[in-house]
Structures are given as structure tokens and as C-alpha cells.
Write a protein that binds this ligand. Structure first.
Ligand code: ADP
Length: 477
């Protein structure tokens, strides 16, 4: 029943208001009303003392005047004054109001209980409460009234005090009611400010769990709520970007699988058809047997290259490729790659110029084996993708705390629109030409990964018909 935040706040508020009002009423009663009664009692006591003294002191011939003074004073002050003798007969009675009250009370008790007796009394045929103060005295009025006065009683009705107290009580209750209504309005306003963003959050999260589509929530409410909504929104954004990343990965994966099977199928089919022709009698034909066997062998080599590139790519991408970093001589490494590519470059009559800088020490930080692969792929590309008699230049320059290494050719160049994509797996500018030249379409992708594992970046600049320049940085000693 009290599950919602608003219900809880309202119940707490009602409890607080009721508590405060009760406390106010009780303390008002005890502090103000009781105090007023005590004050009145004190006044009545003083009055009794004055009457007692005046009765003793007054001259015989002025006694009657004195009594009529007493009567008018009582009337003015609205007190009832009663003087009783030893036999409990009233010697003097004055009632400020005209109502006929049946005053039936225990005089002996009043005499017995000592000097003053103060009590609140209610008479049978009257609605009012009276504060009654009595004092047992011994005033000899034998010569004046042939009597002795032994008890003086003064009563004052409490209507004034009671009216005042009822009035104040009423005002406290009215003020509390106004406060209560106003409080409810304020609570409604503030709980709305808190609950409406919370409800929004709940709705959005429910919606998300139903549809699986992350949604952003409008950022309103108090600082804490804004912080909460901010956190949920950034979580939603993260989920969204993770989902996009997953979708992208999924797309890449299926594209990659499609590419791999296509790339594998081509050399396998070629080998199969050359072998079939040889089996079908071609083996005895000296015109084609060696040629076909060579072709089958070339395709096997291609298959082998493709598989080893695929293994490299998968190791790099699953972060399983182990790298071993150390300082080594870059000149030696580049020279080795050029030597290893000598046959290929000579076949295509392509000149490779390695411009060593004798002033630089040439010690770089990296994985020598993997960087061999980088130089090999880049220089081999410059040879394979370019026409005969072009030139490949390999050179480097000191660049901040790195060595910037360039592999530059003056070959066919790469069209501008293809440049951003050449590092993608299996992306080729000219598919047929690349395959014919023995490329797997994975070379630059492997280069990019290895260079990035060296906390560097590979750059390419190319102009169609003028040539291509690749460069990257390696840390130096
Ligand atoms: P491939 O096995 O086809 O060489 P790469 O990933 O190594 O695959 O290269 C991607 C494509 O970039 C190549 O197919 C080629 O079109 C282009 N390319 C790379 N290097 C050069 C270069 N030096 N000159 C011209 N085109 C190049």
C-alpha cells in the first residue's frame, strides 16, 4: 500500500503535521491555559486577603457602606463572593451573575484542608467551570453583624480563559489545516519532479528490455537524477556502440569467410584442372606436360602463401602473435629483404635503390622478424604491381625520436578513391592483375597490423601514373 515514494512522503508529512499540532495544543494547554488559571487563583487569593483585612479594620458605622463597596467591586470584577459563619450560614453572598446556581459543596472539607483551597468546580445546573478559592479565617464581627466569619470564598467563572483557549486552539487547527493543504500541494509538486523522471527511466528500461533497442532519456530533474540519467544514457550509448561494433564484426567475419573461400577456390580449381588434363593424357604430350606441372606448382605456391598470410592475419587479429622487441640494425634488415627479392626484381628489370645514411646509427626498436615481413611486403608490392624498368627507392630520415622509413616507387600509382581502402583485407585495386602477379590481397593488411603493434602508423601517398610512397616511423636508440 505504501509502496510508492509519494505515499511514503505523504504519510511521513501527515505524521509530522499531526505530531506538531498535538505538541502545540498540549503545550499551549499546559503552558498558557494553566498559567492563566494560576494567575487568576493568585488574584483571587489577594482579593480574599483584602476582604479579610478590610472586614477587620472597618469602623462599625461604615460597615454597611463597606459591604456595598464590596458588592460593587465584585460586580465589576465579575467575582462571586461568599462569607460563611461558623455554622455555615452565609453572612454575605454576592453573585455577579443572576443565574440561580445550586451551590451544594462541602464546606467542612474546605475548612479542614488548611489555609487556602483552590479548586475547579462545576455546579449541577450550570454549564460553566468556576475557579474557586477559599480561605478559612477567623474574623470577629460580633459587634457588627453578631457573627463570626470563618470562611471566605471567591469564585470566578473560567469562561474568559476557556473562550480564549478555544479560540487559540481553533486557530492552531485552522493554521495546521492550511499548512497541511499547502504541504500536500508542495509535496505533489516536488514528488512529481522526482517521480516523473524516475518513471521515465523505468519506462525506457522496460522498453529496452522488450525491444532490445537502446534509447536515450531526456536529462531533467535534480542533480542526483541528472547524474543517474547521465550514467544510464552513457550505458545506453555504450550498448549501442558495442552493438554496432558487433554488427560490424559480424559483417567483417562473413565477408572475410566469403573472401577466404573464394581465394582458396581459385588456385585449387586451377591445380585440379591442370592435373586432370595431365591425367587425361596430357602427361604424354611434351608440349604441355612440363608447362602444366609448372602451372600446378605455381598455384600450390600461391595456396601456400595465402594460407601462411591467413595464419598471420588470424594470429594478429586474435592477438596471439608473439612479438619480441629489441634494438637491431635497420640497414642489415633492409639489405636482407632486397637481397631476398633480387630474383623477382631482376626478372622484372626493376632497380632497387637503398639509400643508407652513414651518419645515422640505424639502430631501431622493434620485432626484427615481423619488420622483415613489412619491408618484404612493401618492396615486393612495388615490384609486382609496377611495370618493368621502374625504380624502387628505400630511404630513411631522422624524425623527432624516430626513424621515418620510406619505400617509394615511380610506378603506376594508386587511384585516390582506392587509397583509403588498400589496407583492408583482400582489397585490391585491380583484382585480376593482383592475382596474376601472385598477390594474396592480405599483404598491406598484415603490414598495417605489424606497424601498429610498433605503436606507429603506416602512411601512403600516391599519384596515378607517377608512383606510390609508403612510410612509417620506428623508435630509435
Ligand atoms: P596484394 O596481394 O594484391 O598485393 P596488398 O594488400 O599487398 O595485396 O595490396 C593491396 C592493393 O594495393 C594491391 O592489390 C594493389 O592494387 C595496391 N598496391 C599496393 N602496393 C602498390 C604499389 N606499390 N603500387 C601500386 N599499387 C599498389
Amino acid at each position: 500500500m505504501l509502496k510508492t515514494l509519494r505515499a511514503k512522503i505523504i504519510v511521513a508529512f501527515v505524521a509530522i503535521v499531526v505530531g506538531i499540532v498535538t505538541l502545540l495544543l498540549v503545550s499551549f494547554n499546559y503552558i498558557v491555559v494553566e498559567q492563566l488559571k494560576l494567575q487568576l487563583a493568585e488574584e483571587l487569593k489577594k482579593e480574599i486577603n483584602l476582604i479579610e483585612l478590610s472586614l477587620i479594620d472597618v469602623d462599625n458605622n461604615k460597615f454597611n457602606d463597606h459591604l456595598s463597596n464590596l458588592r460593587s467591586l465584585s460586580q465589576q470584577l465579575n467575582y462571586n463572593v461568599i462569607l460563611l459563619d461558623n455554622n455555615n450560614n452565609p453572612i454575605f453572598e454576592f453573585y455577579s451573575d443572576t443565574s440561580n446556581i445550586n451551590r451544594d459543596y462541602d464546606v467542612e472539607f474546605l475548612r479542614r484542608t488548611g489555609k487556602y483551597v483552590i479548586e475547579i468546580r462545576r455546579y449541577k445546573n450550570d454549564e460553566r467551570n468556576f475557579l474557586v478559592v477559599s480561605k478559612s479565617v477567623d474574623v470577629n464581627l460580633i459587634d457588627k453583624l453578631s457573627a463570626k466569619i470563618s470562611l471566605i470564598t471567591i469564585e470566578s467563572d473560567l469562561q474568559g480563559i476557556e473562550n480564549f483557549s478555544n479560540n487559540v486552539r481553533f486557530k492552531i487547527i485552522v493554521a495546521a489545516l492550511i499548512l497541511f493543504v499547502f504541504g500536500l500541494i508542495v509535496i505533489r509538486y516536488f514528488t512529481n519532479r522526482v517521480t516523473s523522471p524516475i518513471n521515465k527511466i523505468i519506462e525506457t528500461l522496460k522498453d529496452y528490455s522488450k525491444t532490445g533497442t537502446p534509447q536515450l532519456i531526456e536529462n531533467v530533474g535534480s542533480q542526483e537524477l541528472k547524474f543517474l540519467i547521465d550514467s544510464i544514457n552513457s550505458l545506453m550509448k555504450k550498448i549501442e556502440s558495442d552493438m554496432n561494433e558487433l554488427r560490424k564484426l559480424e559483417r567483417y567475419r562473413s565477408e572475410f569467410l566469403g573472401n577466404v573461400s573464394h581465394e582458396l577456390r581459385t588456385p585449387i580449381f586451377s591445380i585440379q584442372s591442370y592435373l586432370e588434363t595431365l591425367i587425361d593424357g596430357g602427361i604424354n604430350d611434351p608440349e604441355i606436360n612440363i608447362k602444366y606441372l609448372k602451372k600446378a606448382y605455381e598455384n600450390l605456391e600461391r595456396l601456400n602463401r595465402l594460407l601462411s598470410d591467413l595464419i598471420d592475419i588470424s594470429q594478429i587479429e586474435t592477438k596471439q602473435m608473439r612479438m619480441s622487441f629489441r634494438y637491431f640494425q635497420i640497414n642489415d634488415l633492409i639489405q636482407k629483404v632486397i637481397d631476398d627479392l633480387k630474383i623477382l626484381s631482376e626478372q622484372k628489370e626493376i632497380q632497387i635503390d637503398f639509400e643508407k645514411d652513414e651518419n645515422l646509427e640505424g639502430m631501431v626498436w622493434g620485432d626484427r622478424e615481423r619488420l622483415y615481413q613489412v619491408f618484404y611486403n612493401l618492396i615486393e608490392n612495388s615490384i609486382r604491381h609496377n611495370p618493368a624498368k621502374t625504380v624502387v627507392r628505400v630511404y630513411y630520415q631522422k624524425f623527432n625520436s624516430t626513424l621515418r622509413i620510406f619505400i617509394e616507387d615511380n610506378g603506376i600509382g594508386i587511384p585516390e578513391e582506392d587509397l583509403p581502402r588498400i589496407f583492408e583485407r583482400f582489397y585490391r585495386v585491380n583484382k585480376e592483375r593482383s592475382r596474376e602477379s601472385g598477390g594474396t590481397g592480405l599483404g598491406l593488411s598484415i603490414v598495417k597490423h605489424i606497424v601498429e603493434a610498433h605503436e606507429s602508423k603506416i602512411y601512403v601517398e600516391s599519384k596515378l601514373g607517377e608512383g606510390t610512397k609508403f612510410y612509417f616511423d620506428l623508435k630509435i636508440a
